[in-house]
Ligand binder design. Structure first.
Ligand SMILES: [Zn+2]
Ligand SMILES: [Zn+2]
Length: 313
């Protein structure tokens, strides 16, 4: 509590110190210039376990779209030595980052898969938190073009003006199948059919609503990682899985029978599946899921993830 109050006080002071130009190195505003900012993000793991190819995944929330009494909605924080990427923000990422004393320059990137609130509901709260914790580094936000436009507008509606927050937000609309590079990550989005059914009923009446949903492939070092986002069926992962061996698939498990996932995975070179975005009734059924995977001849590792658990993937 004291920390939060202290940080608010600091932020209030910052506001009156005139850091209203959004400049990253505003000398004379009472803040450290960017050059003095920490260059590496603090990994929660023991540093001796890290090498250049280590990818750490922290599952901030593992619940699906239903409210869970114990679990938070979607959010996976990926960290490497050089960078950090938050995959969706339906979980209380701001509170987690503060509690773990992670510097406000984390995350460097945010991925928005689609507009369901269990994936986007706490984005404005995260931005507000980073502002009050006096972040300076740019935040790079990636996702479907229409969502990014509307999210920029939403932040204005939430009083989080670019001139106010003290760090630039750089919006990067992406297109499925078109690779893009950011820092050490080469990324490629793939479109899922998660919202197709809904679109067939509502798109005509609601043309300003975005019905796109994109998953993401991340290439880092010699490894490939895949984030499913939400799916209609695991067959939609095919474009991401057929491009080479996948070190880790971070996959939802709520919109299709569990068996279908492993049946599909058995056709591809997937070293490990990290299950997230699943209903409460699966929480104690990891061994059963592993048994189903075996029956479907999926030979990779199966991990059922829990909130706030970090793993090298
Ligand atoms: Zn969802
Ligand atoms: Zn969804």
């Amino acid at each position: 509590m004291e920390t939060a109050l202290a940080s608010t006080r600091r932020a209030k002071k910052a506001q009156t110190n005139g850091h209203t130009n959004g400049s990253a190195n505003g000398n004379g505003n009472g803040h450290e210039p960017l050059a003095d900012a920490p260059r590496h993000f603090r990994l929660p793991a023991a540093p001796e376990h890290c090498n250049v190819n280590t990818m750490r995944a922290i599952f901030l929330g593992t619940a699906d779209g239903h409210t869970s009494a114990k679990r938070e909605h979607s959010g996976i924080l990926l960290q490497t030595k050089e960078t950090s990427l938050l995959l969706d923000c339906g979980a209380a990422a701001a509170r987690y980052l503060l509690a773990k004393k992670v510097e406000p320059d984390v995350p460097e990137m945010l991925w928005i898969s689609h507009m369901h609130s269990d994936h986007t509901g706490l984005i404005s709260q995260l931005i507000q938190s980073l502002w009050l914790r006096t972040r300076r580094a740019p935040l790079h936000i990636f996702g479907p073009a229409m969502i990014l436009e509307q999210m920029a507008d939403w932040l204005e509606k939430c009083l989080l003006f670019p001139e106010l927050i003290g760090f630039p937000i750089e919006w990067h609309p992406v297109r499925p199948g078109k690779p893009f590079q950011h820092g050490p990550f080469k990324m490629t989005a793939f479109a899922t059919e998660h919202l197709h059914n809904l679109a067939s009923h509502f798109k005509r009446a609601y043309p300003k609503t975005c019905f796109d949903c994109y998953g993401l492939t991340i290439e880092y070092g010699s490894q490939r990682y895949v984030y499913s986002a939400d799916l209609a069926h695991p067959v939609e992962l095919t474009p991401a899985l057929e491009g080479g061996k996948v070190a880790a698939l971070m996959c939802e498990l709520t919109h299709f029978p569990e068996r279908e996932l492993f049946r599909e995975m058995a056709k591809h070179a997937v070293k490990s599946v990290w299950i997230t975005h699943y209903p409460d009734h699966l929480a104690r059924r990891e061994s059963e899921l592993k048994q189903i995977a075996k029956e479907e001849k999926f030979r990779g590792e199966v991990h059922l993830m829990h909130d706030k658990v970090a793993h090298d993937i």
